[in-house]
Design a protein around this ligand. Structure first.
Ligand code: GLC
Length: 566
């Protein structure tokens, strides 16, 4: 949080997320590491991003790839040492970039000493650090389901109580109502800031205050357990906890910091509160509405395909809701989402590059801070998953087992996984066309996408019309043009199922962003004011540098940004 500058630096910044396990492997064990990241920092400097967000690197049993932390003040030997971390931070800072840590404090690993102590007896001084409850009628205390399937409660035989885990049973939820827990989190944050980091991405941070009394969620016929966002999220004390944490950690600290809270189920109304600078809670939040548009009621693996109008309206709603208070984060991808070019674009080789660039143009033209996930800047695609054994992620594996147990329809389960599995985002970075895509000299922990032979960084960096070059150009525009930070967002043609069109406006200047989100050519009439305006950026070679008539003829996946003085 940096209320001292107006506008704050992070409103013109672009953030790049690194998933260390899959980024670059320096020691050849098949898993990416900190030295590997150091070796690739020049790629990120060339892209021009301002901030790196590192997915968790702390010691962890790695049940959820590090989102299950057993020590908040060290580095997992898989990734390196604290000395490697310090070297990385220095190299990042030397290149004028910042680094933010992933802070996972809704839950810990069950192997964290706090939980080991907590479960040791009902009288343990750490008992209240987690959420323990007695049985209800001989069963779980309520009907909450874990986001990773099954009940959200695990029975502890030794002390004869259940503990709450909204994620895996090896990820017990911390009890934020207990003041020593909040103090411990503040101390961890201060410890990393003292080491020199520039902020935090805070994992599922709207889950830290649950609905008082932990009531049952409304039942869903045929389901014993319900994944109950309304009960898990945005509970009565969440704003107090965040304001208290921010004040304690950043209140007397000078410097340029950034915080972003991941918030499944958050509404725009809540997000206005979380990101209102006057309230001192968070700089931005990650909302999930636009990445939920292709799900059916059965959850993310109930994949229904894209309705572009629904997607547009989801993002536009957030542009409008945070227009005068608060701030949006903008993202297509992260380590939990399938690859955007396969999901909302077109990964057929004939349209792959144009659609990747068109989607990038749409997102980076909006108001907010863009986040780029590793490989997105190359247009990396989903992996051609075929069998259950192809998947490593516990969410995918559990889902497959659940579906097969319930209906026996393995083909349907596999189709859902292929489209939506988190492993799509987690296959290794494609650095070159050689063995393992240049990711590792060993055997990668997840296979490299076979398309690395032609889809890789070496092919693209330095090539003028590559996906990488387009991301670099968009990032440069974000730095150079205050209108991309400040301009008023106005959607146009919202009900058109193929065109995505909007303007950004300041009193002295206006931008028009148009994208044809499909293979078929489309024409579009522009108002006379726009005739003769300059093409600021296009995604295809040969687009005329000015708009010469009232009709724009757009080929498949054509995307353009026009600019004019007003
Ligand atoms: C967040 C993370 C995800 C993780 C979960 C539990 O959603 O992004 O990867 O599995 O929290 O920590």
């Amino acid at each position: 949080m940096t209320p001292q500058h107006d506008p704050p630096w992070w409103q013109s910044a672009v953030v790049y997320q690194i998933y260390p396990r899959s980024f670059a492997d320096a020691d050849g064990d098949g898993i990416g590491d900190l030295r590997g990241i150091i070796g690739r920092l020049d790629h990120l400097a060339a892209l021009g991003v301002d901030v790196l967000w590192l997915s968790p690197i702390y010691p962890s049993p790695q049940v959820d790839n590090g989102y299950d932390i057993s020590d908040y003040r060290d580095v997992d030997p898989l990734f390196g040492t604290l000395a490697d971390f310090d070297a990385l931070l220095a190299e990042v800072h030397d290149r004028g970039m910042k680094l933010v840590m992933d802070l996972v404090v809704n839950h810990t690993s069950d192997e964290h000493p706090w939980f080991v102590e907590s479960r040791s007896s009902r009288d343990s001084p750490k008992r209240d650090w987690y959420i323990w409850r007695d049985t209800r009628d001989g069963a779980e205390p309520n009907n909450w389901g874990s986001l990773f399937s099954g009940s959200a409660w695990e029975w502890d035989e030794a002390t004869e109580q259940y503990y709450l885990h909204l994620f895996d049973r090896k990820q017990p939820d911390l009890n934020w109502e207990h003041p020593p827990v909040r103090k411990a989190v503040q101390d961890i944050m201060s410890w990393w800031l003292d080491r020199g980091v520039d902020g935090f991405r805070m994992d599922v941070i709207n889950f830290i205050s649950k609905t008082s009394g932990l009531p049952d969620a409304p039942a869903i016929p045929g389901r014993r357990f319900v994944v109950a966002f309304a009960e898990f999220a945005d509970g009565p004390r969440v704003h107090d906890y965040l304001a208290e944490t921010t004040l304690a950690v950043f209140g007397n600290r000078a410097g340029d910091f950034m915080t972003v809270g991941e918030m499944p189920g958050v509404t725009p109304e809540q997000a206005r509160l979380y990101t209102d600078p006057e309230r001192g809670e968070l700089d931005m939040v990650f909302q999930f509405e636009h990445v939920s548009v292709d799900h059916g009621a059965g959850g993310k693996f109930d994949y229904r395909g894209l309705d572009l109008v629904v997607l547009k309206k989801a993002l536009h709603r957030w542009q409008a809701a945070l227009a005068d208070t608060g701030w949006n984060s903008l993202y297509w991808n992260n380590h939990d989402q399938p690859r955007v070019v396969s999901r909302f674009g077109d990964d057929d080789p004939a349209y792959w590059a144009a659609s990747a660039k068109a989607l990038a143009t749409i997102l980076h033209g909006m108001r907010g801070t863009p986040f780029v996930y590793q490989g997105e800047e190359l247009g990396m695609t989903n992996y051609p998953f075929r069998t259950p054994q192809d998947h490593a992620d516990l969410e995918a594996v559990n889902h497959y087992d659940d579906v097969v147990a319930a209906s026996g329809d393995a083909q349907a389960a596999l189709a859902g996984l292929a489209a939506m599995s988190r492993d799509n985002a987690r296959t290794p970075m494609q650095w070159d066309g050689g063995p393992n895509g240049g990711f590792s000299a060993g055997t990668p922990w997840l296979p490299v996408n076979p398309n690395h032979t032609w889809l890789n960084a070496e092919e693209q960096v330095g090539t003028t019309d590559s996906v990488f070059a387009h991301y670099r150009d968009l990032i440069r525009l974000r730095h150079d043009l205050p209108i991309l930070r400040d301009g008023v967002f106005t959607p146009l043609l919202e009900d058109d199922p193929q065109l995505w069109v909007y303007t950004r406006t300041l009193p002295e200047r206006e931008l028009l962003v148009v994208a044809n989100c499909g293979r078929e050519p489309r024409s579009m009439e522009i108002c006379p004011d726009w005739i003769g305006s300059a093409l600021l950026l296009g995604n295809l070679l040969g687009t005329p540098t000015t708009s010469t008539s009232a009709i724009l003829d757009l080929v498949g996946w054509d995307a353009r940004i026009y600019s004019r003085d007003s």
